[in-house]
Design a protein. Sequence first.
Length: 118
Amino acid sequence: MSTLFDKLGGQQGIDQVVDDFYKRVLSDNTLSPFFARTDLDRQRRQQADFFSQIFDGPKQYSGRQMPETHKGLNLQQQHFDAIVKHLRESLTGRGVSAEDINAAVARVDNLKGAILNK
């Protein structure tokens, strides 16, 4: 049985999703200010590692835990919803099935409390 990581195209697929995802996020005026002082190359690598790990790929994420990473950003439900929307669009653009998109979004949704620090 293949993992969600495999269904998303392995590391190459994840990297492509992350690149597209950040293009969408950075062109979103409600989200781009959160990344104004971010090293985006590092951010993309960390995000790809994180997605790889939560989608049953290699456990390579070594960044901070979600509550620590997002502490003090005052992220709200609307920000989380926008992130999920952009992730869905990036996955759809890669031809990922609706079932696999829903599975990926469910993994991210499981982290909502930690991301929003609630």
